[in-house]
Design a protein around this ligand. Structure first.
Ligand code: DGY
Length: 321
């Protein structure tokens, strides 16, 4: 019996590719060429499955043009690149990679928040530029993390993992989410207190965004929310670019209406707003929150397992519908 044909749309770990090649007829992209939507459609012709990342958009037009497609495995927990209602209507299975990246992403949220509050990259740039010639009582003074109030917008698995880490820093945790956690979950999340979005923006010292991106969360943080924040507060975004209105954020940072921002994700990334580069009070990273070697390997394995289960047994391990 011939093997089903699949497309692996981006470069992945060779050992995961070999595992897929044992089961499928694989067209790979180890040169990591970024397909245009037209190229993606072309490559998907005759393919029963695809392993994709956030850079491949699977929408109604793609589905219509690729009638053989039966399953798309996303190598990410976020799946705003997949039009799930359209996939459901077309009977195309979809999966993501939850759980395997929770702790690594929470670690990075903390790293970025701490670097932002304590001005780590600004200080390093200062030192590398040869400007460090004397001690000064106020040199690169930032905001304390310990003992402060952490505000988490989006309290799913990653939000809760971030909250758990706050215990060691003696922080109060407040959160806002579409739905409130159970009392037991709040207890495990360092006694996190459910508050309105407005209370979170007005009272938190450090705000971290971990909510999924959708039409409903587009620009969830814009000029109005930034105006509510304390001038000493920081904002860290490890969610998705569209959650924040980047132009409103640039204005707030430039005018020092908030202290600083740590950004791992951007609107229209990787072609992000270049004005960020002119600001000292930002820490900028290229969407790497889940990028530990172990976790990226686990994500690739998880996506591969989903594709195998979905195409061979008709049931993905982590189905999205
Ligand atoms: C995710 O899993 O959604 C990440 O943003 C991709 O690394």
């Amino acid at each position: 019996m011939s093997k089903p044909a699949i497309l692996v749309a981006r470069a992945i770990f060779p050992e995961v590719l070999h595992r897929l090649e044992n089961v499928f007829e694989v067209e790979s992209n180890q040169d990591d060429h970024l397909f245009t939507p037209q190229e993606l459609i072309q490559r998907l012709q005759g393919k029963a499955g695809a392993l994709v990342t956030g850079s491949s958009r699977i929408d109604g037009a793609v589905l219509q043009a690729c009638p053989d497609l039966r399953m798309v495995a996303n190598m990410a927990v976020g799946y705003d690149n997949l039009d799930i209602p359209a996939m459901q209507a077309a009977g195309v299975l979809a999966s993501n990679t939850p759980d395997v990246l929770t702790e690594t992403t929470a670690d990075f949220g903390w790293a970025l928040m701490m670097a932002t509050a304590r001005r780590v990259t600004e200080a390093e740039h200062f030192l590398r530029a040869g400007k460090w010639n004397k001690w000064h009582y106020d040199l690169m003074s930032g905001a304390d993390i310990h003992g402060s109030t952490l505000g988490i917008l989006g309290m799913g698995r990653i939000g809760q993992a971030i909250a758990r880490r706050a215990q060691g820093f003696g922080m109060q945790v407040m959160y806002h989410n579409r739905s409130r956690l159970s009392a037991e979950q709040e207890g495990q999340a360092n006694q996190a207190r459910y508050v309105s979005k407005e209370t979170l923006f007005r009272q938190a010292d450090h705000i971290i965004l971990v909510l999924p991106y959708s039409a409903a969360s587009h620009h969830a943080v814009g000029a109005a929310e930034l105006a509510m924040m304390k001038p000493t507060a920081t904002l860290t975004n490890i969610a998705r670019g569209g959650v924040v209105d980047d132009h409103a954020l640039i204005a707030a940072l430039r005018e020092r209406r908030i202290a600083a921002a740590g950004l791992d994700v951007f609107e229209n990334e990787p072609a992000f707003a270049q004005d960020f580069l002119t600001l000292k009070n930002v820490v900028l990273t290229p969407h790497i929150a889940s990028a530990s070697v172990k976790t990226r390997k686990a994500m690739a394995d998880c996506a591969a397992d989903n594709l195998i289960a979905g195409l061979l047994n008709g049931q993905a391990k982590n189905p999205l519908w």
